[in-house]
Design a binder for this molecule. Structure first.
Ligand code: 5RP
Length: 229
């Protein structure tokens, strides 16, 4: 990641943190931009801001605890006031691909329980049509070969995700990720593709987040643009 990209992510993260108000239940996203947001939020908590947070990944929860951000759960707080998360692609209407960090399942749970769902990203994430970034699909391990074939029937090209050291990538929920190369022409109708993937037995969740985001804070080093659906 370039220094400019890192700086842009920080600009977006800071703008989002400024929107957090006293007493809010805050959803914590995952990935490098969400991590910057959590760090800025940690500074605000240190300065006296009182909030509770629900994290969308084990990594984000660990970081929040290290920063003394109080963690709650859906038993105590079934509604989140505002979730701030990153995205891999942001298309018009705030159609998103998420899950590059592998946390798509919990991210979608947290987003769906939120009154407001805001995206923080640098400008490189803006696309005219979804599909350049491989679409992550989380699957039950036993079903991976079956789901792979069905995804291929849709002309997607699924690959089981591995870590850089070659070991299998296992999600926080113990599942596998199939990263599906597609291309914008295959995601011409994201709603249809989402429904087709969701109908496959063994699919736990997919990385198409459609009609969910209320606002995207898209930054470069000079400032932040607000994108709405
Ligand atoms: C993790 C995600 C991330 O939000 C997404 O991958 C963007 O990450 P980054 O801010 O590092 O670019 O969906 O599952």
């Amino acid at each position: 990641m370039s220094d400019a990209q890192q700086a842009a992510k920080m600009v977006a993260a800071q703008r989002a943190a400024d929107l957090i108000e006293e007493g809010m239940v805050v959803g914590l996203g995952s990935g490098s931009t969400a991590t910057l947001f959590i760090k800025v939020l940690g500074e605000k908590v240190k300065s006296g801001l009182k909030i509770r947070a629900i994290a969308s990944s084990a990594a984000s929860e660990t970081l929040a605890r290290e920063l003394n951000i109080p963690i709650t759960d859906f038993d105590a707080d079934p509604v989140i006031d505002l979730t701030v998360d990153g995205a891999d692609e942001v298309a018009p209407g705030l159609a998103l691909i998420k899950g590059g960090g592998g946390a798509l399942l919990r991210e979608k749970i947290v987003a769906s329980a939120s009154k407001q769902f805001f995206i923080v990203a640098d400008k490189s994430k803006i696309v005219e049509r979804l599909g350049k970034f491989p679409l992550p699909v989380e699957v039950i391990p036993m079903a991976a070969p079956l789901v792979s074939r069905q995804l291929q029937d849709l002309a997607l090209i699924p690959t089981i995700r591995h870590h850089a050291d070659g070991s299998l990538y296992i999600t926080d929920e113990g599942n596998l990720i199939l990263d599906c190369a597609s291309g914008p022409e295959l995601i011409a109708d994201p709603e249809l593709l989402a429904a087709e993937i969701r109908a496959m037995v063994g699919v736990v969740e997919h990385g198409l987040f459609l009609g969910m985001a209320d606002l995207a804070l898209i930054a470069d080093t000079t400032g932040v643009e607000e994108h709405r659906p």
